[in-house]
Design a protein around this ligand. Structure first.
Ligand SMILES: *Cc1c(COP(=O)(O)O)cnc(C)c1O
Length: 411
């Protein structure tokens, strides 16, 4: 028999969503008449914008004709999309990028999961806690996380940056040096953001410590407030220390269509075993072109259409719809005296569970008394204990009904 990669056996079961499904199924069996509302999922529900649909239809027609047919495209993405990204998402923010600094892919989950491959096995990794599980699990698979300690609910070799109400969900910088820092803003699951000045401090930390920031900005489109940076490269010097991940999933309803991109500036350097400087961009380019064969032409045409005037207007409408839901949840829960975070620059509302209930006890209460499914905060990490996540991705009607039901609970 062959040996398996032992590191995979250090992974903890995806306890969170399987446990939610289990409790939900049991509740439905016991109460078949109950109308459940799910505010737990991190998936969008509104259909694709017209501009995207039209562009995709046209692209399909092009493929139907041998004269305009396209086979394999560039692994890094077509120039028409890369240029639209550079002009639409960066030039508008005063950031210039070259076309070889943008890598189009089929999702940010893959990109944030794969990026660790190009860094040394002994890299020290820091993550926010609570956290999007992909960052941790992919480092576990690579053997960087050490063993899981069930008493602390944490891996021995990962540096966890606690985010809680006391620090306004803005983690303190690591007290000992780390190589890689995953930051997610606007944050999933807490919905919180950093100001420009606060992000500047992270860039300074990375410069002072020769660290690299892996900046996941999947929810950039939801930013409403002025002082929240739209890209880490708005911060001076960030190109020397940061990789940025963006996705069309939450921006334009692409969770099923699949398209995202990663920016790896040519200024970003790391060192090899002999201490010689290596351009991180060269390594990512090599990795991407070796292991990935490009996003479909039809999808890239759809993504590029987001940057047209109609496309921009339509995604603004989409984001408005979800952010109105977010305000309904946020204001509704606040008026009940609950402590509520997020929901201002992100489609997630993070609440402190009332009366000191732990995350799962509140999950059960909400399910059994209000027939609402949410996500227990502790599922995202130990610092999420005593918190709970609701999402704004539902329909308006369900969002309003859910808040009415919560209003009737005795909390
Ligand atoms: C949804 C999400 C993504 C995007 O994933 P895709 O693979 O592009 O759909 C990335 N990071 C976080 C934190 C997310 O919540």
């Amino acid at each position: 028999m062959a040996n398996v990669n032992q590191h995979f056996l250090e992974l903890q079961g995806s306890y969170l969503f399987s446990e939610i499904a289990k409790r939900r199924t049991k509740f439905i069996q016991d109460h078949p008449e109950a109308e459940l509302i799910s505010l737990g999922i991190g998936d969008v529900t509104r259909s694709l914008p017209d501009a995207v649909i039209n562009a995709m239809h046209e692209a399909v027609d092009e493929l139907a004709d041998s004269g305009s047919f396209r086979g394999y495209g560039p692994e890094q993405g077509y120039d028409f999309l890369i240029q639209a990204i550079i002009d639409g998402d960066y030039k508008t923010r005063g950031v210039s990028l070259d076309t070889n600094e943008v890598f189009v892919s089929d999702g940010s989950k893959c990109d944030v999961g794969n990026i660790q491959e190009i860094f040394s096995q002994d890299s020290i990794v820091a993550v926010q806690d609570p956290v999007y599980p992909v960052y941790v699990d992919t480092n576990v698979m690579a053997g960087r996380a050490g063993t899981f300690n069930s008493a602390t609910n944490r891996y021995d070799n990962i540096t966890y940056l606690s985010c809680n109400a006391d620090n306004d969900f803005k983690p303190a910088q690591p007290t000992s040096r780390v190589d890689l820092i995953y930051l997610c803003y606007p944050n999933n699951p807490t919905g919180m953001t950093l100001t420009r000045a606060e992000l500047e401090q992270w860039v300074q930390y990375a410069k002072a410590n020769n660290s690299i920031i892996l900046y996941d900005s999947a929810y950039e489109a939801y930013i409403q407030e002025e002082d929240v940076p739209h890209t880490i490269y708005e911060i001076e010097g960030a190109k020397e220390v940061a990789i940025e991940f963006r996705s069309f999933s939450k921006t334009a309803g692409f969770t099923g269509v699949r398209c995202a991109y990663t920016v790896v500036p040519r200024e970003l350097k790391a060192k090899d075993a002999n201490g010689q400087e290596v351009l991180v961009n060269d390594l990512w380019n090599r990795r991407h072109t070796t292991k990935f064969n490009g996003v479909s032409y039809v999808t890239q045409r759809g993504a590029a259409a987001i940057y047209s005037p109609e496309g921009r207007e339509q995604i603004a409408t989409l984001v408005d719809y979800y952010m109105t839901n977010a305000a309904i949840i946020r204001d509704g829960l606040k008026s009940l005296g609950l402590q509520v975070y997020g929901g201002v620059n992100a489609p997630y509302i993070w609440l402190k569970t009332p009366n000191g209930l732990d995350s799962w006890a509140f999950f059960d209460k909400l399910l059994s008394e209000a027939h609402i499914v949410g996500t227990p905060g502790v599922g995202f990490g130990q610092s999420g204990q005593g918190y709970f996540r609701l999402t704004a991705f539902g329909s308006r009607e369900n969002t309003e009904r859910a808040v009415e039901r919560i209003r009737k609970l005795s909390l």
